[in-house]
Ligand binder design. Structure first.
Ligand code: TRP
Length: 463
């Protein structure tokens, strides 16, 4: 794919929705509640919101402008903008991060496929009828993820679905499907928020999510919130940078970044409003349950909320899991695209061949992650199984580090006229707060992220 052959997104709303399609996914509905639960609730949410505003949105604009100006995949972008310097390693690290994230993300996406199948077969209703405490859902999940076959089969199926879209070329597919799926997803979320808030544990759930206890904030919490902000907004590894290379020249980068940030944050908060009331309504569940939280709380909430009207319980479970699959798919596509575009452009492979390599590689690593929940449980690195290790290394190390370097690059290295030209479309639109934007890129983002790292490593204590 050469620059001249690059396809463009068709419309401005398509650009927003495709980027939002990448951003909105398991990160919002699975990882956000899980991180919030493990890090004490409301205080985490506040730090998270601060990270989105102060770091997320400015860095997203930086990724957009790097991508659109260079019209190239993320590794090539740095080569074009800063030839002969080590900056191309930022792009390469991003590609590696994308590969690793896709490997374990597809495992969880595979779980959502199984849950869709169970919902369609109406098994959740049967399970709920057999046990009113909800314990049955905990047991089902624990048994399912430790199984050596099914999760791996679903992982392969999910990677295959992603692969097929990528091979066909994505612009029309992603853009068109995002336009339909994102509004539907939003509508269903609104309905579920209302259902969840009417459950018996609603008050305790709301308190957990909205009443901050600042004594809980330490460097771990800040690092987790920062990592979650990057993960959820698809930042720090050149994913949105790659998408931006397909943007038209009249797209308003700042406005797009703000809209995507807003949509992404709304979906995450709504997922929290759905899950925590449900968690506090299930006797056997606590917010610290980790990755299993969503998969145990959600099937339960549908049955509890609509237990009296089984048809509704059935319809909502099916719809929710189908949408979760599709939301994950738009995200895995964006991750796959980063690696595929890099391989095919750098090593002059056909798109199909590059995509096959990515899919095969992810399948191998994904199997490792999946099996680390069951048969490979004993194999740990730094006390973590492979799945947790991949999550930690990418979300808590590579993404913040990538974000820091991207901000530094746009703030210090890139010619200011290029930055100004991109955010104002060569002076044709206004960009209020340009000085503040530059200040954040130059100082706030690199120093803020750097301090959190130093603190984590124990080199500098302030929390
Ligand atoms: N942001 C997506 C989610 O919330 C996942 C994702 C897609 C991602 N592309 C990414 C995460 C790039 C980090 C970097 O589910």
């Amino acid at each position: 794919m050469k620059t001249g052959e690059r396809a463009n997104f068709g419309s401005k709303i398509g650009i927003v929705l495709a980027s939002a399609g990448s951003a909105v996914g398991l990160g919002n509905i699975w990882r956000f509640p899980c991180e919030t639960g493990e890090n004490g609730g409301a205080a985490f949410l506040l730090v998270y919101l601060l990270c989105v505003l102060m770091l997320g949105v400015p860095i997203m604009i930086a990724e957009f402008l790097i991508g659109r100006h260079s019209h190239a995949n993320t590794a090539l972008a740095y080569k074009i903008l800063s030839p002969g310097t080590p900056w191309r390693w930022v792009g390469r690290m991003g590609v590696l991060a994308g590969f690793l994230i896709l490997s374990y993300y597809a495992v969880v996406a595979g779980w959502t496929l199984d849950y869709t199948v169970q919902a369609v077969a109406n098994r959740f209703n049967v399970m709920a009828a057999s046990d009113s405490t909800g314990q049955v859902f905990t047991e089902y999940f624990a048994r399912f993820v430790a199984d050596p076959w099914w999760p791996v089969a679903y992982l392969a199926l999910f990677l295959l679905m992603t692969h097929l879209v990528i091979v066909k070329g994505v612009e029309k597919g992603i853009e068109r499907s995002s336009k339909i799926l994102m509004p539907v997803l939003f509508l269903i979320l609104v309905v579920l928020v209302f259902c969840s808030l009417s459950m018996p544990g609603a008050a305790a759930g709301m308190e957990f999510l909205l009443k901050p206890d600042f004594s809980k904030v330490d460097s771990q919490v800040v690092l987790s919130a920062m990592g979650q902000a990057f993960f959820s907004m698809s930042l720090g590894m050149g994913c949105l940078c790659t998408y931006a290379s397909y943007f038209r020249s009249d797209a308003n980068l700042a406005k797009t970044a703000l809209s995507v940030g807003l949509i992404d944050t709304c979906v995450a908060v709504m997922a929290g409003l759905i899950i925590f009331p449900a968690v506090f309504s299930v006797a056997s569940l606590t917010p610290e349950a980790g990755p299993s939280l969503v998969f145990i709380a959600l099937p339960n909430i549908f049955q509890a909320a609509f237990g009296g009207v089984p048809v509704l319980a059935y319809l909502f479970s099916v719809m929710f899991y189908v949408l979760l699959v599709l939301a994950s798919l738009t995200s895995t596509i964006s991750l796959h695209e980063v690696v595929t575009a890099y391989l095919s452009e750098t090593y002059h492979l056909s798109r199909a061949k590059a995509a096959r390599l990515v899919t095969a590689g992810c399948l191998v690593l994904g199997c490792l992650c999946s099996l680390s929940m069951g048969v490979f449980k004993e194999y740990t690195v730094f006390g973590m199984n492979f799945f947790d290790l991949f999550d930690y290394v990418t979300a808590k190390l590579m993404l913040p580090l990538g974000g820091m370097l991207i901000a530094f690059f746009a703030g210090w290295v890139l010619d200011r006229r290029i930055v100004w030209g991109e955010v104002t479309n060569e002076g044709s639109i206004r960009f209020r707060g340009f000085q503040l934007f530059i200040f954040i890129l130059k100082f706030v983002a690199p120093m803020g992220i750097g301090l959190v790292f130093l603190n984590e490593l124990g080199l500098f204590r302030w929390l």
